[in-house]
Design a protein around this ligand. Sequence first.
Ligand code: B12
Ligand code: SF4
Ligand code: SF4
Length: 347
Amino acid sequence: MSLKSDLDRAAIEAGFTRMAICRPDAIPQAADRLGAFVDAGRHGQMGWMAERMGWRGDPTALWPEARSVIMLAESYAPKHDPLAILQQRDHAAISVYAQGRDYHDIVKKRLKRVGRWLLEQCPDEQIKVFVDTAPVMEKPLAAAAGLGWQGKHTNLVGRHLGNWVFLGAIFTTVDLEPDAPEVDHCGSCRACLDICPTDAFPAPYQLDARRCISYLTIEHKGPVDDELRAKMGNRIYGCDDCLAICPWNKFAVEATEMRYFGSRAPEPLADLAALDDTAFRARFSGSPIKRIGRDRFVRNVLYAIGNSGDASLVTAAQDHCEDPDPTVADAARWAVGRLSGAGGPLG
Ligand code: B12
Ligand code: SF4
Ligand code: SF4
């Protein structure tokens, strides 16, 4: 057996769904595309995307000694229809990836386990592991390694993976044989582009993050534009619409890690709006949601209340009209106005 096939087995044993390899110089187009994205301001308030662009756009600059990039995907495919909750407008829609334990912790542990295994076989070599937060473009690297292709919604889709996958990377000085890139299988489909509630795709394969509900609920600080908050519906953390509609999910491998799925039923917006800082931290301990803090979370819940069309929620919003956080107070007043019919037609 070769080192590569043993590595593949180690990756599966660690809990990954698939592994594939590319060279660090396999994404020559990425730097220009990242540059165009940032020049157009599409990263919004994610100022960190405009920093260390030389490293982000070019993995060979990030770590010149690296010879191979091992790309790993783990399925978190939901067993239920993630869009069904959008009809329950007085309850919170939380994106599938954030319903249970934080994937960063789980994927990083798995990456380290695979990396340790590799170093046991090659003790003189080195590795570095990355998931999400480093200046590494995981989607183009995964596509170059052949895990799938970047769909028109810009996420990685695989023929046997679908698009409900987390990505992680191990850079290493070990020289491993690269895999062939996957070709694009989107064809004439444009379901993800058409379903987007905020029209966040200026063109196929391109996202304007400033319009994406995932960005607006997780990354954007301060008030959201009135036009966009009215389109957020009851999505209070992330958005799954463009992922859920992709036909390739029919062939997706099931998730095996149950910690990604929360055990709670969808929660009423009124209960979530009432969380103070202490209650928020306790409720979302171990969840990625904790990162956005109570104020941004309650802002999102208040937008959802404003979009609910449920007049019985006016009191839950009124309670926050004098909130010490001006963005929360603004969201509360907007919600009260909307539920009283003063904020224009409900979406
Ligand atoms: C910044 C970021 C975001 C931002 C911006 C997203 C974006 N599309 O750029 C926001 C906050 C909006 C976001 C949202 C989400 N994210 Co996010 N995010 C990232 C992060 C940190 C960087 C992505 C990045 O580099 N963007 C910059 C742009 C320029 O790069 P790009 O998206 O690859 O853009 C490419 C295309 O535009 C393409 N392109 C441009 N023009 C053309 C033309 C043609 C013809 C072609 C073919 C291609 C093409 O080239 C670009 C470079 O490859 C990565 C983790 C990482 N370190 O890579 C996670 C990551 C992409 N996110 C992830 C997830 C799960 C999500 C959400 C699904 C979460 C949710 N449910 O709410 C949503 C999906 C929204 C969407 N439709 O993309 C996963 C995606 C896994 C996968 N299957 O691909 C990642 C990889 C995290 C992880 N480790 O698993 N995210
Ligand atoms: S995550 Fe939602 S808002 Fe963002 S691009 Fe996809 S469908 Fe549009
Ligand atoms: S929904 Fe259609 S266009 Fe969008 S990524 Fe999936 S196959 Fe491609």
